[in-house]
Design a protein. Structure first.
Length: 397
């Protein structure tokens, strides 16, 4: 616990973040204060998705952008939002919607870091936190409201979040937001905003629901598609064929053999998450766990501590599959194999962030064979049997 993680080697990155047109952030005529925040955050040049999205979004056009996880989508919309916000106008000017509390906190942190010199007030609001605190904060000037649809819609209904002058609406992980779980809340938020608002939708996958939403609500959006195929570059994928009772021992072997900077281990239920975390701790490895039934304060603490590197291993449910950006994670293990190619894609995308290399290991039992084959077919990829020795160069460079 508390061990310092070694610095990540950034000399090798995959082309989904390096294959740029050679633009610089200065080319977009950004505010000087925003440029200061960009460079202080360590961004040197825009990634391909940022090159495509930033100039179009700054112009005020609607944007529909599809790009791989970990290629810079968050900054691709944060930078235009900050550029278009007027700090002297003391009302909500942008609403940023995310499907989970953790992703909302992470995105608000990016906005605050990029806009640290701009006097822009960013507020994050999610379920699981005291409503009265949000109501009190909205009595003061808020320029950018970040949050989950349920809580933001509640604030709109109460008249606390006044969005009648908000000209920007962003959906990150749009496929999840438009999957049907948030329909009523999203419609309520849209109705509270001006008819000529700008909308930006970003995701790695665009199912039919996103296309239907585009046709219903967006105005001739600029469409950016940097994904010719669904699989993620830079992530080596293996499967280990095991019996159910062999999974914990298999995990022990992986921990012993792999050079894990940090790992995320996925289970398909809350009870299995807690049980596995207990077993991992009993094996002598430091481990945290996180799932949707935990108190929000506990979830925040675990997320913060894992992000700091206080432990190498985190066990979780699919709560953690959406956009969580921790670039020290180089190994993802599916202790329970997921159902569906999109869930699989988002899970393994927690490794190999921003063009770095990553490793995904899937534990497969007899009942998972059919799903494994289906995912290989859908993603046009091959998940190979795990070798006796894994070359560290495929996930550690």
């Amino acid at each position: 616990m508390g061990a310092t993680l070694p610095e990540r080697d950034t000399r090798f990155k995959t082309e989904d973040v390096t294959k740029t047109r050679g633009n610089d952030f200065e080319d977009y005529m950004l505010k000087r204060e925003l440029l200061m925040g960009i460079f202080e955050k360590g961004f040197e040049t825009p990634s391909p998705v940022q090159e495509e999205v930033i100039p179009v979004a700054i112009s005020g056009m609607d944007v529909l952008a599809r790009a791989k996880n970990g290629t810079g989508k968050t900054a691709a919309f944060c930078i235009p939002v900050l550029q278009r916000v007027d700090p002297s106008a003391e009302h909500i000017q942008a609403v940023v919607m995310l499907p989970t509390r953790e992703l909302s906190l992470q995105t608000s942190a990016v906005l605050k870091e990029l806009g640290r010199h701009m006097e822009v007030n960013v507020m994050v609001s999610t379920g699981g936190t005291p409503l009265r605190d949000d109501l009190a904060r909205l009595c003061k000037a808020v320029h950018i409201l970040v949050g989950t649809p349920g809580r933001v819609a509640d604030l709109v209904r109460r008249g606390a979040a006044k969005c009648s002058k908000a000209t920007m609406l962003v959906f990150d992980e749009a496929d999840k937001l438009l999957s049907g779980d948030f329909d009523g809340d999203i419609e309520e938020i849209i109705r509270a905003m001006p008819a000529d608002r700008q909308m930006m939708l970003l995701s790695a996958t665009f199912p039919v629901a996103v296309k239907d939403f585009r046709d219903a609500y967006m105005r001739s959006p600029a469409e950016v598609n940097l994904m010719e195929e669904l699989t993620l570059k830079g992530i080596t994928q293996y499967y280990a064929f095991v019996e159910e009772h062999q999974k914990v021992m298999c995990l022990h072997t992986l921990f012993a053999k792999l050079e894990v900077r940090q790992s995320i281990i996925f289970c398909n239920s809350v009870s299995r998450v807690e049980l596995l975390a207990k077993r991992i701790t009993e094996m002598g490895f430091s481990c945290f766990y996180i799932h949707s039934r935990m108190e929000q304060s506990d979830r925040n603490r675990v997320f913060h501590e894992f992000r700091k590197g206080s432990t190498r291993h985190l066990v979780c449910t699919d709560l953690f599959t959406r956009g969580i950006d921790i670039d020290t994670v180089n190994v993802v293990i599916n202790f329970d194999f997921p159902t569906g190619s999109e869930t699989y894609l988002h899970r393994i995308g927690r490794s190999g962030r921003f063009g770095h290399l990553g490793l995904a290991v899937n534990m497969i039992t007899n009942k998972d064979k059919k799903e494994l084959f289906a995912i290989e077919q859908e993603l046009a990829t091959e998940i190979k049997a795990i070798p006796r020795e894994i070359d560290r160069s495929v996930y550690c460079m």
